[in-house]
Design a protein around this ligand. Structure first.
Ligand SMILES: CC(C)(COP(=O)(O)OP(=O)(O)OC[C@H]1O[C@@H](n2cnc3c(N)ncnc32)[C@H](O)[C@@H]1OP(=O)(O)O)[C@@H](O)C(=O)NCCC(=O)NCCS
Length: 284
């Protein structure tokens, strides 16, 4: 088994692995990882074939995100996942990044615990399956564009909520699907915002932030109206009863649990109390 830095030539191999795991990422998502961190994404090769991946993204030198820890089902339980994770940690240690975070699947959690990650909070994946919708996205897109000032306010608020600036990542989502970025204002104050992206089999809402249910509801309903996909995904914070209730009453069903985990000092926890849903386990 040989570990090396991932390049854009490896994207088809990364797509093959995420497909085998039933994940929702696209080539655009792999490009986001490699653009954000060209030296910080890794592949494991067996007989010159890519059989495993791991990505890292640093957010403002405050903390780094580890994602896309994937091993081909044929090559599991041979230590490849552990080696990939150790390589990602070694890379981040070299960058003097003392805090690392990730969202663990139940399968990945024991591996992360062995390497010093501890649980921060719970996340639940909720999924909506619905009949095909009329495609209204193109019609809507011009009408719903945000002003640069509005987008700036959203990015500033997200920095507070997430704990670090991730505007390049959020801007790339906005550029790809501008009509999926929404905000709610009251008396000139931002009450909530949401982004979403197109995945390979589902549209995925997040981050979704709201001060209260009055702000949370139109953002979720806006996403339901603007997407034409039959499958929709939301990774909701287990502690956010308002968001969970909205999902339930909108027809979503619980799918699985994720655990937000941290390694090292958690000096930038953000403000998760107003967060309804994360961007996604691979991005934070
Ligand atoms: C989670 C995942 C990445 C683990 O990859 P992996 O290569 O199987 O991981 P490892 O081999 O390093 O460790 C897994 C197990 O194999 C064991 N193992 C490690 N080296 C071994 C070896 N040489 N021989 C036999 N078993 C070994 C480990 O002890 C561990 O067992 P345990 O869980 O009972 O303690 C892989 O299962 C996967 O891709 N799952 C789907 C995607 C996913 O959930 N990813 C995690 C995202 S958070």
């Amino acid at each position: 088994m040989h570990l090396r830095t991932m390049t854009k030539h490896d994207i088809p191999a990364g797509l093959r692995l995420k497909e085998l795991a039933g994940w929702n990422q696209t080539a655009a998502d792999w490009n986001r990882f490699l653009d954000a961190s060209p030296a910080g994404c890794f592949v494991a090769e067996v007989d010159r074939e890519v059989r495993g991946t791991a990505t890292t993204i640093s957010f403002e030198n405050k903390f780094a995100w580890i994602g896309m820890v994937l091993v081909d089902p044929e090559n599991r339980s041979r230590g490849i996942g552990t080696k990939l994770l150790e390589r990602a940690i070694e890379y981040l240690d070299d960058q003097k990044m003392s805090t690392m975070k990730l969202d663990a699947t139940p399968q990945g959690k024991p591996l992360y615990e062995k390497l010093g990650f501890v649980s921060e909070y719970g996340i639940e994946r909720w999924v909506l399956k619905r009949p095909p919708q009329a495609d209204m996205e193109i019609v809507d897109s011009k009408r719903v564009l945000l002003s640069p000032a509005q987008l700036g306010s959203i990015l500033g608020k997200d920095r507070e909520v997430f704990g670090a600036d991730r505007s390049p990542l959020l801007r790339s989502l906005y550029e790809e699907t501008p009509h999926y970025t929404m905000c709610v204002w009251s008396s000139g104050t931002l009450q909530g915002y949401a982004f979403a992206r197109k995945g390979s089999f589902a549209d995925h809402l997040g981050p979704w932030m709201a001060e209260d249910s009055a702000a949370a509801r139109p953002l979720l309903h806006g996403f339901l109206a603007r997407s034409s996909r039959e499958t929709l995904i939301v990774d909701c914070l287990t502690a956010n009863a308002v968001a969970l209730e909205l999902l339930r009453t909108s027809g979503f069903s619980y799918a699985r649990t994720l655990t937000r985990m941290v390694r090292g000092p958690n000096d930038y926890p953000g403000k998760p109390d107003t967060l309804c849903a994360i961007l996604g386990p691979e991005f934070g």
